[in-house]
Design a protein around this ligand. Structure first.
Ligand SMILES: *Cc1c(COP(=O)(O)O)cnc(C)c1O
Length: 377
């Protein structure tokens, strides 16, 4: 069986965990957490990055930083993971869904401005598959309407747009280190704080609403309750594991990119049968996070998945669009036609991809996929 994902180890995880245990600090914000922060800050060129338990937690921190009021609106794609919307729904805000582009499956930047109302507070571009949204246009719209940009960069570590690291462009950005992402710690995440106005408060929210960080730095002489907050920081064991992964981000990414390119080559003949393969805009450097195919219109995805599974290949689909999910219908609304979202999400298939995937796998998977497509046309 070829699994969809296989967690990749770099080899230093256990040694770092042992060091953390020997150092005697296992709670959060110790030396490994701080080394992860430094790595992320210097790699992204972000003024401050704080580890969280997940991208979900990082998005929740971002939503808290915005001081959202019930009825405030946040513009986002419907083709995304539930946490993109849930973080804002928890604050009483309304997710406003717009359609995606056919080439990248990212939010269609041309539809954003028409979705803005007097209640709009933020735009959340999601960099699907680690491919950048049209950040110039999005940042410009946000500036003109005084909106906050929160990048959902959960899949986008080490990707860039016109040479700028994803996650360093919006005011705030969330990363994920979930087991299925390129670099992982089982569960894990980070919030990049790129706008100075949020720096001080982010520190307080991160530390349960206290000024513990300022106290630890000797900047204040009492440590007390200052604001709302929660326990967003992971313990040192998770940070130690994560640091071992972060240090190998470049080689992990290079390996995934090589597999991704092999898939693109091997799947090329599917185009003649009506399948759509990813096409990466010239100004986007992606990170090989996932390889997806949009099946031909007339081919049953359920049958194709069943056939691939029977042939030992664990391909999977992605995202029931949020606007058509029970909670999406209850908490959100659409601000455009969802034609591309509905069409693409119904045809999308993700193929097995991980760091260290053997070079023989992509041609084999592509051949099985071609056979399945021909059988179910
Ligand atoms: C994985 C993912 C998340 C959630 O990440 P967690 O770390 O599991 O909370 C959010 N948004 C997108 C786009 C993701 O791919």
């Amino acid at each position: 069986m070829i699994p969809f994902n296989r967690p990749h180890l770099t080899g230093r995880e256990f040694a770092y965990i042992q060091k953390a245990v020997e150092a005697g600090q296992l709670a959060g914000n110790g030396q490994f957490t701080q080394r992860c922060h430094s790595w992320l800050e210097s790699t992204l060129g972000a003024p401050r990055v704080r580890l969280t338990h997940s991208a979900t937690a990082a998005l929740e921190m971002a939503a808290l930083l915005l001081d959202l009021q019930p009825g405030d609106e946040v513009i986002m794609p419907s083709f995304t993971f539930v946490s993109t919307a849930n973080a804002f729904v928890l604050r009483g805000a309304t997710p406003v869904f717009v359609d995606v582009r056919r080439d990248t499956l990212n939010i269609d930047e041309r539809l954003i401005e028409a979705a803005i109302t007097p209640r709009t507070r933020a735009i959340v571009p999601v960099h699907y598959a680690g491919v950048s949204c049209e950040m110039d246009v999005i940042v410009d719209v946000a500036k003109r309407h005084d909106l906050v940009v929160i990048e959902d960069a959960a899949q986008a570590l080490l990707s860039s747009h016109k040479g700028r690291a994803l996650g360093s462009i919006g005011h705030l950005a969330a990363f994920s280190f979930h087991e299925t992402k390129n670099v992982m710690s089982g569960e894990g995440g980070a919030l990049a704080i790129n706008d100075e106005r949020y720096l001080e408060r982010a520190e307080i929210l991160w530390q349960k609403g206290t000024n513990r960080s300022a106290f630890a730095q000797g900047a204040v002489d009492k440590y007390t309750w200052m604001d709302v907050g929660s326990s967003f920081l992971p313990g040192e064991l998770v940070a130690a594991f994560l640091l071992a992964q972060l240090e190998e981000t470049r080689s992990i990414t290079a390996e995934r990119m090589a597999s991704w390119e092999r898939y693109l080559d091997a799947c090329a003949p599917l185009r003649a049968h009506g399948a759509d393969l990813p096409s990466i805009p010239a100004e986007c450097q992606h990170n090989g996070h996932l390889f997806r195919v949009l099946l031909p219109q007339h081919v049953s995805r359920a049958e194709t998945l069943r056939t691939l599974n029977a042939r030992g290949i664990n391909a999977v689909f992605h995202y029931v669009p949020l606007h058509s999910s029970p909670a999406g219908r209850r908490f959100g609304r659409t601000a455009s036609s969802m034609e591309v979202t509905d069409d693409c999400s119904a045809r999308l298939l993700r193929l097995p991809l991980w760091s260290g995937l053997s070079a023989e796998v992509p041609p084999r998977v592509a051949a099985e996929l071609m056979a399945a497509v021909l059988a179910h046309a």
